[in-house]
Design a protein around this ligand. Structure first.
Ligand SMILES: [Zn+2]
Length: 200
């Protein structure tokens, strides 16, 4: 399915983000038990997104570099079966995507990110840890220190400038609009994607 669709329209191809951003800082917690489900959700992950999304992220990174900052990724493309697993553990639409609709992550059009120090990849202070599903993670939560408010706002401003849309309830989640009509849901493993994207 993926091969056929990409052959018909190469602009929807998936790419490894490490080919667009170096160094690429990651903290892929779904590959460890240190995530909200307390189980390992996938193995040997890599940051994959649609090429259009990768180009936009590279521009974000360029802009952050001027401030000695970098993006740091918690998750990007996620196989559809991972969304199903998450739903089995937490069947609550406030915290996880309903598999009936799928997630922007399954389409390679959403990323979970924070800001980090460019020199060492250390995350800057943000309102909460990743996947904290309290109101503290909402963009309109203001009872925070000045620096934290500034960091959250900087991430949002730069991501939106380059075409991403924020999610009001999760300060770390950004997606490309109209993903559902442009990009199909995928359940390819990271290994399969690695093989499929090796030539681009
Ligand atoms: Zn997300």
């Amino acid at each position: 399915m993926y091969k056929k669709l990409v052959k018909a329209d190469t602009s929807i191809r998936m790419v490894a983000l490490k080919n667009f951003i170096h160094p690429l800082y990651t903290s892929l917690v779904y590959a460890t038990p240190a995530n909200f489900t307390k189980t390992v959700l996938y193995h040997d992950p890599e940051v994959f997104v649609r090429v259009e999304v990768a180009r936009a992220l590279a521009k974000v990174q360029e802009e952050l570099k001027k401030k000695d900052l970098s993006l740091l990724f918690f998750d990007a493309y996620r196989p559809y079966s991972t969304t199903v697993k998450m739903w089995q553990v937490v069947p609550d639409e406030r915290y996880a995507a309903n598999p009936r609709k799928g997630s922007g992550h399954n389409r390679g059009a959403a990323v979970d990110v924070t800001l980090a120090d460019l020199s060492n990849g250390k995350a800057v202070p943000m309102p909460t840890a990743f996947d904290d599903f309290s109101e503290k993670a909402h963009h309109n939560y203001m009872k925070l220190g000045k620096k934290v408010l500034e960091n959250r706002k900087l991430l949002r401003t730069i991501m939106e400038k380059h075409g991403f849309r924020a999610l009001e309830t999760e300060w770390w989640h950004y997606s490309f609009p109209n993903a559902a009509s442009k990009y199909h849901l995928m359940d390819l493993s990271f290994q399969q994607l690695e093989e499929l994207t090796r030539c681009n």
